[in-house]
Each structure stands twice: as structure tokens, then as C-alpha cells.
Design a binder for this molecule. Structure first.
Ligand code: 9MR
Length: 561
């Protein structure tokens, strides 16, 4: 049996707590009696009583809860258990999550294609430019009369999707939208966020500068001749674990797809209403975005069921492409999302007509394949235009709140006292992004209702990601005492630097083992290995980092409310 030391059995947010907020550590043992909050010099400042959790963890083991919410004195501390010793240290202070909040956005800078990362901005992770993507081939599957097979287009910039170096529109869609929403929901706070990126001195908030790196790439993925959007820009096969500059195989854009085109339409509509506020800094951009969006929508309306099926494509066309598929099998949610964004930005009733809510529809927290809730968010929050008379909008708000209520119901009786650890179904590929996306839903519910219970549960999910969980890892590189050190991330593996690129959210526990790498436990919340071969548990991805960045930044913005 593993040693039951304080550090191994006391699971807590290893980064920090806000003085006025809830503070909980979970003991993964049936410990009873007292616990102490001590300074790093061993001085006891708070004594509490452990409480048993109502339900066991997925492993069947019961936990104990150390609640020290009443202790609010800023400083550095440990939780101490008699006979077991100290937890990892943590801080109590205002702005406790500031570094994580900044770092998880800065991570997007580290994911940039087509640019060298200077030491000034990237520190020891500076690297040469990779993937200029100024000579990208039209794949046979994408060929048209005006853009024949082998024709060369320019499609630079963008973020690398994940541990690999390809660029996928579907996944870029939800990612870019999530970061745009962060700005849209918290403009005052986000205006103050400085990331030390090359554009930091221009007259635009840094988060929007970072978004523009990807948005400008996305714009190049639309065929100017018909409005359709290529599904992805990719190598035929995944690169070895090498640096970007060494990865120089030919790049292609493949066939257009309805999902990619609608995700593009949604993001461009949202971008248009946000960039409209910066006419001096970005002349014409808002107009270009809405034009691109409506053009894409028109293509999708004419091509409502072009699903990306890589196997079918490979049977017809060469070269064979085996990289990520993001092969969504249903696009009603993409239609809903795009129509919602287009309606809110343009006010045109024709888009509202496309927003139908089915009776007992089951919504899920957003994921790349499931974007309906992104439409809900936009419809529920946008008071800028007069939507109160539309019964659909009222219903959207009600459903959103009901959905949030269902999530938090009983969250305080499971072993880790979080929404994330309520259900095994949360633990699929990229499970940590579910924790973050649940957090976003709860932040939205808080903004709509003013009820702090939503905010507290959002914070608990953040605690989950930073160490209060079944493995004790802080799943964000560079943060916490036991952070993941070996993510499946090509630059982190290939750069010869011990520390991985910082601010990246690992995918997290997933018992699926799609990569055939053995995980130490198959209990859903423990099915994780900090091994760079384990892409099913320990890859990083932009669509996972974005909700993490949203959650951490939203909590920073709301900490004093
Ligand atoms: O996040 C994606 C996950 O939902 C899928 O189950 C998985 C297998 O298709 O792919 C994941 O996305 C990967 C993408 O296909 C390629 N780049 C890395 C992504 C993260 O693992």
C-alpha cells in the first residue's frame, strides 16, 4: 500500500484560495478527529474538525473533509493531520489565481504557428518559428474548378491544436469563441490583463490580440469562391515528437464540412460584434467578420449535411490523411449556435426562426462536438438588442438555470465535494475540460441570477483541477506542488528543457486507454498517467485550455463579489 503521508492523502488546490471564499481539503482516507492549519514554521493558526463525506469516491473509498473556510488570514500555510503530517503548501491571498489566470491565456501564445517565440516573451521556452503555412496545398478532396487539386493557398498563423501541429477549424471554433466570451463577459477585468506578448503595447486588450492570431488564420480557411470552410489544415500524418521548425512535411487543406463552416460562422458573428468596439485599432475587421459569417451560413444552408468522414475521404482521395478527425456526426447544435450568434449580432429575424428548442432536449456542457449551449449562453446574456419579447429567449434562460441547478444538486455530498466528481460520465477524453466547462456554466448562472452558490461550485471545480482530485496532480503545467511534468506536447518533449511549457491544461483522467498506455487505476477519476505517450490522458489541447482560462479569469474578476 502507498505511504499515507500528508502530501499523498491531503488533496487540495495547491495554488491558492481567496480570503473570503470557501476552502476545502479532501483527505483520501477515513481519517477522523482534528486538523490544523499551520504556518510553514509549524505555528498552528486554525483548528478544525474533519467530517466524513456522504458518499465514497469511485474507488469505493470514503474520504474526509477538512473545511477551513472560516480561516481567512493571508499567508502561506499547510494543512496538518496528526500522525500523517503536512499537505503541500498553499496560499491565502487576494488575486490568488492571478498567475494561473494569466498563464492559461499566455499558453495560447506558446501554441502559435508561423512565428518565432522570442526569449523576451517566451523565456526559456523560446523557439524558432515553425509552419509558415504560406504554401498550403488544396487536397484532392477539396478540389473545385476554381481551386484545383495541388493549387497553393496561403493560410498562416493560428494555434497548434494540441500536442500535434495541425490546425482544425471545428476545434478552433469552440476555443476562439470561449476566449471571445471571456472578453465579452468580463471586459473591465480583461482590459487590465497584460500577457507580455509581442502585441502587448498596442491599443487592444491582450486577450483579443491573442485571439486575433487564430481568427486571422480562420479567415483564410474560407473558400472565397463559395463561402464553405475547409475542415482542417494538416499534414497527412502526425509528426514525430520534434520541434515545430523541424516539422516540414507538406500541408493540405481538406474538404469543406458543414460543422467547420457553421462553427466558423458562429465565431465570426461573435467576433464581429466584439471587434466593432475597436474601429480605430481594427478598421474594417468587424465588417469582414460578419460578411464571412453570413457567407459561411449561406454555404451551410445549401450544404446542410456534409459530415467529415476521413475513412470515406481516404477511399476516394490521395494522399491518405490520418490526423485528428473532429468528425462530428450531427450538426443541429452547430446550426443552433451559428444562428444564435448571427441573430444577436445582426438582429435579423431570419436567424431567430432557425433557433428552435425541442421539448425535452438534453443539453450538455460544451465540447467540440456539442456546441448548443454556446448558443444558449449568447441568447441568454445579450441584452444589447431587444429580445425579451421572444418566448424562445425566456425559455433559453430558464433551461440554462435549470441545467445549472441540476449540476450543483448534491455536489456537496460526493467524495471531493465538486460538481465534476458527481458522475463517472464526466471522465472521458479531455475530462478536465468538462470540469472547466461546468465551471463556465455555473459562472453564467451566477451572472444571470446573482446567487453565490453557483460561484462557489465553479470555484470548487477549479480546486479540482489544481489538486483536489483523485490523483493529487495539479493538471496545469507550471502551477502547484505536484504539477503534470510530461504532457503529450511536442515542444515540451523535444525542447530539451525539463519544465514543460507552462499554463497548459492536461486532458486528465480517462479510463478509455485509446492510446494503449496502461493507466495505474481504472477508477474514472484516477485513470491518469503523467507520461508523454499517454495522449488519451495527458495531451494538452486548445479547446481544453480555453475553458480553463475562462474559469480562472472569471473567478479572478469576481473574487470580491
Ligand atoms: O478531443 C478529442 C476527443 O474528443 C476525441 O475523442 C479524440 C479522438 O478522436 O480526439 C481528440 O482530439 C485530438 C485531435 O483529434 C487531434 N489533436 C489532438 C486532440 C486532443 O487529443
Amino acid at each position: 500500500a502507498p505511504m499515507e503521508s500528508g502530501k499523498s492523502i491531503i488533496r487540495l488546490n495547491e495554488v491558492g484560495f481567496y480570503p473570503g471564499a470557501g476552502k476545502i481539503a479532501i483527505i483520501t482516507a477515513q481519517q477522523a478527529g482534528k486538523f490544523y492549519i499551520k504556518t510553514l514554521n509549524g505555528k498552528t493558526l486554525f483548528t478544525g474538525e474533519l467530517k466524513a463525506s456522504g458518499q465514497p469516491a469511485f474507488s469505493g473509498k470514503y474520504t474526509a473533509i477538512a473545511n477551513f473556510s472560516a480561516f481567512n488570514k493571508p499567508g502561506r500555510y499547510v494543512v496538518n493531520l496528526p500522525g500523517k503530517g503536512d499537505s503541500y503548501p498553499f496560499e491565502i491571498k487576494p488575486n490568488a489565481l492571478k498567475a494561473v489566470a494569466d498563464g492559461t491565456i499566455k499558453a495560447f501564445y506558446f501554441q502559435r504557428a508561423s512565428i518565432a517565440l522570442d526569449e523576451k516573451y517566451a523565456g526559456k521556452w523560446h523557439r524558432e518559428a515553425g509552419h509558415p503555412d504560406d504554401k498550403v496545398l488544396i487536397h484532392a478532396s477539396a478540389a473545385t474548378a476554381k481551386r484545383p487539386e495541388g493549387m497553393i493557398i496561403s493560410s498562416p498563423r493560428g494555434w497548434y491544436d494540441a500536442g500535434d501541429y495541425n490546425k482544425y477549424i471545428v476545434n478552433s471554433g469552440i476555443t476562439t469563441a470561449t476566449l471571445l466570451s471571456l472578453y465579452e463577459d468580463f471586459p473591465g477585468y480583461m482590459n487590465t490583463v497584460k500577457l507580455n506578448i509581442p502585441e502587448s503595447n498596442n491599443q487592444l486588450p491582450d486577450v483579443l490580440d491573442e485571439v486575433l492570431w487564430n481568427l486571422r488564420w480562420m479567415l483564410t480557411m474560407q473558400d472565397p469562391n463559395d463561402g464553405g470552410v475547409y475542415h482542417k489544415l494538416t499534414n497527412p500524418r502526425f509528426d514525430a515528437m520534434i520541434m515545430p521548425v523541424k516539422a516540414d512535411s507538406a500541408r493540405y487543406v481538406v474538404q469543406k464540412s458543414t460543422a467547420a463552416t457553421l462553427d466558423f460562422a458562429a465565431v465570426m458573428a461573435q467576433a464581429s460584434r466584439i471587434f466593432k468596439k475597436f474601429p480605430k485599432q481594427l478598421p474594417g475587421l468587424a465588417d469582414s467578420c460578419i460578411k464571412a459569417s453570413e457567407y459561411a451560413w449561406a454555404w451551410a444552408a445549401k450544404n446542410p449535411a456534409v459530415l467529415y468522414n476521413q475513412d470515406v475521404m481516404n477511399r476516394q482521395f490521395k494522399p491518405t490523411v490520418v490526423t485528428g478527425t473532429y468528425g462530428d456526426r450531427g450538426v443541429t447544435d452547430e446550426f443552433f449556435w451559428a444562428a444564435s450568434e448571427l441573430f444577436v449580432t445582426t438582429g435579423k429575424e431570419e436567424y431567430l426562426d432557425k433557433i428552435s428548442l425541442s421539448k425535452n432536449e438534453k443539453v450538455q456542457v460544451p465540447a467540440w462536438s456539442n456546441v448548443k449551449l454556446l448558443g444558449y449562453y449568447t441568447l441568454a446574456q445579450n441584452t444589447g438588442i431587444d429580445v425579451v419579447d421572444h418566448p424562445q429567449i425566456k425559455e433559453v434562460k430558464e433551461k440554462l438555470m435549470n441545467f445549472a441547478d441540476a449540476f450543483i444538486a448534491g455536489a456537496d455530498s460526493n467524495a471531493y465535494q465538486t460538481v465534476m466528481t458527481k458522475s463517472k460520465t464526466n471522465f472521458n477524453w479531455g475530462s478536465n475540460s468538462n470540469a472547466a466547462n461546468q465551471g463556465i456554466l455555473l459562472i453564467k448562472a451566477y451572472k444571470l441570477s446573482g446567487n453565490k452558490k453557483y460561484l462557489e461550485n465553479a470555484l470548487a471545480n477549479l480546486d479540482y483541477i489544481l489538486g483536489r482530485n483523485g490523483t493529487g496532480y495539479s493538471y496545469v503545467t507550471g502551477f502547484g506542488s505536484k504539477p503534470v511534468m510530461h504532457p503529450h506536447h511536442r515542444p515540451s518533449v523535444a525542447d530539451g528543457i525539463e519544465d514543460p511549457v507552462p499554463g497548459l491544461l492536461s486532458g486528465g483522467p480517462n479510463p478509455g486507454m485509446q492510446d494503449k498506455i496502461q493507466v495505474p487505476s481504472l477508477f474514472p477519476d484516477e485513470a491518469f498517467i503523467d507520461d508523454d505517450r499517454s495522449y488519451a490522458t495527458n495531451e494538452i489541447a486548445i479547446n481544453w485550455n480555453a475553458p480553463m482560462a475562462y474559469l480562472a479569469n472569471a473567478l479572478e474578476a469576481l473574487q470580491n463579489t
